[in-house]
Design a protein around this ligand. Structure first.
Ligand SMILES: [Zn+2]
Length: 273
C-alpha cells in the first residue's frame, strides 16, 4: 500500500476506487486513525450512504469483507465518521483523524436460534459469530467476525497511514465515544492491530506461555467477567501491559475458534516461552 497526494494506491500501484463524498469538511492534519464497523452487511449500501448528502456521514475508506477498498475523500480532507467524541484532550475527532469503516454487522441480535444483523436483518451464519463481551459492557452477546483478508488489508493500510502521517495512535470509535458507540467491538483484534500498525511488535514480541488453565478477564481483577472460556495450559500469549498482579495479554494462538482474544490474566500463571 502506498499513499500519494493523500490518495491510496494498492500493492500493484493502482489507485483504489475513489468515489468523492459530499459529506466532508476542509483540510486538516490527521493525528489518529479511528476504526469502525458499518453495522450494515452491504458494501453497496454503505457506499451509497456515504455518497448521500442527507446521510451527513462519511469516512476516508471502506473495506469490504473480501478486502475491496473504496476511498471517499483524500486523507487531508475532514470526513464525518467520529461525531461527538473525545480523545487525549482533543474534542470532536473528525478534525483530527482518518476514519476507516469495515463492512461488518457488529453487534447481533438473536431471532430464535439464529443470529441476525440488527441494521439490515441479515442472517449471520454461526461460524461467522463470536460470543464476546464488549470492553464497555458486562454482558456477552454475538458479534460478526471480521474476515482474515479484510483485517490483513486494513492492517497494511493502517501501517502505511501511520508512517505517512506520523499518526500518534490507532483507536476504536468505541474508545473515543464509549457511551454512544460499540464499533469496532470485541470481534476486532484491536491490541494486535494497533501494535502492528504502530510498529510496536518488536518491543512487545517476547512470548509467554500459560502454565496452567487460566481465566482471561475483561479487567485486572476477579470481579471482571471472563472474555472467553479459560485459556488451556501452554497457550502462547504476548504481554501488552501489567497492572499489579495482572497482565493484559494478546492471545497469539488460535483457540476456541477465536483468532484474537485479548484480556487480563493472573501474571503468576505466565512463564517466558
Ligand atoms: Zn463508528
Amino acid at each position: 500500500m502506498k499513499i500519494v497526494n493523500h490518495l491510496l494506491f494498492d500493492n500493484n500501484n493502482k489507485q483504489v476506487d475513489f468515489k468523492p463524498t459530499p459529506n466532508k469538511g476542509g483540510t486538516y492534519t490527521p493525528q489518529y486513525l479511528v476504526m469502525h464497523y458499518t453495522a450494515s452487511t452491504s458494501e453497496k449500501g454503505s457506499i451509497n450512504w456515504f455518497l448521500n448528502k442527507e446521510a451527513q456521514a462519511s469516512a476516508h475508506l471502506l473495506i469490504d469483507t473480501d478486502g475491496t477498498i473504496t476511498q471517499f475523500a483524500p486523507f487531508n480532507i475532514i470526513t464525518w465518521h467520529a461525531g461527538i467524541s473525545e480523545w487525549n484532550g482533543l474534542v470532536g475527532l473528525n478534525k483530527f483523524s482518518i476514519g476507516i469503516e469495515l463492512v461488518n454487522a457488529g453487534r447481533l441480535a438473536k431471532s430464535g436460534s439464529t443470529w441476525i444483523s440488527q441494521l439490515d436483518k441479515k442472517t449471520i451464519p454461526d461460524n461467522d459469530v463470536i460470543i464476546a463481551t464488549h470492553r464497555n459492557e458486562t454482558a456477552s452477546t454475538g458479534w460478526q467476525v471480521y474476515s482474515d483478508i479484510q483485517l490483513q488489508v486494513a492492517a497494511e493500510i493502517a501501517a502505511a497511514l501511520v508512517k505517512t502521517y506520523s499518526l500518534k495512535d490507532v483507536v476504536g470509535h468505541d474508545e473515543i465515544a464509549p457511551h454512544r458507540k460499540s464499533d469496532p467491538g470485541p470481534a476486532f483484534p484491536m491490541a494486535s492491530f494497533r501494535s502492528r500498525a504502530m510498529g510496536r511488535k518488536a518491543a512487545t514480541a517476547s512470548p509467554f506461555l500459560t502454565t496452567t488453565t487460566v481465566n482471561i478477564r475483561s479487567g485486572a481483577g476477579t470481579q471482571f467477567v471472563t472474555v472467553s472460556d479459560p485459556l488451556p495450559k501452554n497457550t502462547t500469549v504476548e504481554i501488552l501491559k501489567r497492572e499489579g498482579n495482572w497482565s493484559l495479554v494478546d492471545v497469539t494462538d488460535h483457540i476456541h475458534g477465536l483468532n484474537d482474544i485479548e484480556g487480563w490474566v493472573f501474571s503468576k500463571y505466565l512463564a517466558a516461552k
